[in-house]
Design a protein around this ligand. Structure first.
Ligand code: TYD
Ligand code: MG
Length: 460
């Protein structure tokens, strides 16, 4: 009798070894190698869907690049403009797209909404997590359950899934989630590295050979990476991350990798009682409406991906009740906050070391654009001095260690967005003004070189 073959897989990075080891040689994590059966004792089914199937009969010949005829692939546009944008202009036929996100963030909702929203094509939503009734209930909640071209299948075996796919012949497939699938080619449990890899490989083959787009949902581990190995990210064409604060209603869909478009695109959604709604003008929701200006608030003209948006930074500085002051920030890097506080203390003599500093980015967004630094500093000083800043002024600049205001990218886009939203003025770095035609804009552009300049003009 043939012996079954097994190997050891690192559960964190997917590295494969033939022997057990205490430490993974690739990612250096301890105790992550787990034995998994990779091949069953019985002979394999020579199916075209299996990765171990007979080698492809198609023999490709090398071709001179200028002889290759290229036709623009026809992309499938969904009614959801945010989704199209993140994908780089619609769904590419035959693409395999992975959607990662924390539990409860709305991946299933987004995918079901996608499957239901395109009645002109046949869609198949395959769930290994919920029952048909549960999915139907969700569809009713989304008020779209009348699409006669959307099929639901609750199944976890890939072999059965492919049988059903032959019956239904869908033009678009959603798998929710890859961690629940199992292939009979592999003996290990669903969700294990080799199982996830095999199922993805089968789906990849299917997508490429039939030119059907396949969306797979993937869970995220505690440290934020997509569970199952990194190899999954290499196998698929596009990786989208669905993120947001579960206590807030806003969700961001971000392209992390995209073979068919830019990887810095992003879509914003609002989770409502009846599903996800596109937010086409994010600036309007990220700024709170107020009658009179309050201290500790500054508005930054920032970029998320390629998209400019105005966002409100809120700070609260108060005398510390305890010996060690608290520093806490939501949506902004705490290390960077500490650095900015040190700059303010050392270079400008603000006595912040005995004060608590709380920082919040409105709307539950996480901002990584360095151009928000200037608004962070202004919000902090405005709160400490208890002097409000006019909310009709925006800020865009990065702060250096000596308190200088550094240039940021795509300044024209930021200025144009501020102008569009009716701001009267925008503070930018002096080093950003080269080649900038200030007369073109109907908004006052205020170039500043150091924090000192800006404090003088704002707080006197
Ligand atoms: P879900 O799509 O199940 O998340 P995931 O698949 O990523 O685990 O969505 C979970 C949350 O979304 C759930 O807490 C309820 C909420 N929700 C709404 O607020 N409105 C809706 O219309 C739906 C369907 C869900
Ligand atoms: Mg789900």
């Amino acid at each position: 009798m043939a012996k079954s073959k097994s190997a050891y897989f690192c559960q964190s990075c997917g590295h494969e070894t033939s022997k057990w080891m205490g430490q993974c040689p690739s990612c250096k994590q301890w105790n992550t190698l787990v034995e998994e059966v990779v091949e069953k004792a019985s002979s394999r089914v020579p199916e075209w869907r299996s990765t171990a199937a007979t080698p492809s009969k198609r023999t490709n010949k090398a071709a001179v690049i200028h002889e290759i005829v290229y036709t623009e692939e026809h992309r499938l546009e969904t009614p959801d403009a945010e989704f199209n944008r993140v994908l780089g202009g619609g769904i590419v036929p035959g693409s395999l797209v992975l959607i990662g996100g924390e539990p409860g963030i709305g991946k299933s909702t987004l995918m079901l909404q996608l499957a239901l929203s395109i009645p002109k094509i046949r869609t198949l939503y395959i769930s290994g997590e919920e029952s048909e009734q549960q999915i139907k209930m969700r569809a009713e909640r989304l008020q779209q359950s009348s699409n006669a071209n959307c099929f639901i299948l609750t199944e976890t075996s890939t072999q059965n899934i492919f049988k059903q796919i032959e019956v239904v012949a869908p033009n678009l497939i959603v798998i929710d989630s890859i961690q629940t699938l199992h292939s009979s080619q592999i003996e290990s449990a669903p969700g294990s590295v080799s199982q996830v890899r095999e199922c993805t490989a089968e789906l990849l083959r299917f997508a490429k050979e039939t030119n059907t787009p396949v969306f797979i949902v993937g869970h995220i581990t505690k440290d934020g990476s997509i569970a199952g190995p990194k190899v999954l990210e290499h196998m698929v064409d596009t990786v989208l991350q669905f993120e947001g604060d579960r206590n807030h209603v806003y969700r961001i869909l971000r392209a992390v990798k995209n073979r068919f478009g830019s990887a810095s695109e992003l879509g914003i959604y609002e989770m409502q009682g009846a599903g996800l709604r596109e937010v086409s003008n994010p600036s309007e929701i990220m700024i709170s409406q107020r009658d009179a200006p309050v201290s500790g608030v500054a508005i930054s003209a920032m970029l998320e991906g390629m998209r400019p948006m105005m966002i409100e930074v809120q700070a609260l500085v108060s005398n510390s009740a305890f010996g060690t002051p608290q520093r806490s920030s939501t949506g902004y890097d705490t290390k960077r906050l500490n650095m900015l506080l040190a700059v303010l203390e050392k270079r400008f003599g603000f006595r912040l070391s005995a004060q608590d500093v709380f920082l919040n980015i409105a709307g539950g967004l996480r901002v990584e654009d360095p151009a928000i630094d200037l608004a962070v500093v202004i919000a902090i000083i405005s709160s400490q001095q208890d002097m409000p800043v006019k909310t009709s002024i925006a800020f865009a600049g990065e702060i250096g260690l000596s308190g200088e205001i550094r240039a940021v990218n795509r300044i024209e886009q930021r200025i144009a967005e501020a102008e569009k939203l009716g701001f009267d003025g925008i503070f930018i770095s002096k080093f950003n003004t080269k080649g900038l035609d200030a007369k073109k804009y109907g908004i006052a552009i205020r170039p500043v070189a150091t924090l000192e300049d800006i404090f003088r003009s704002l707080f006197g």
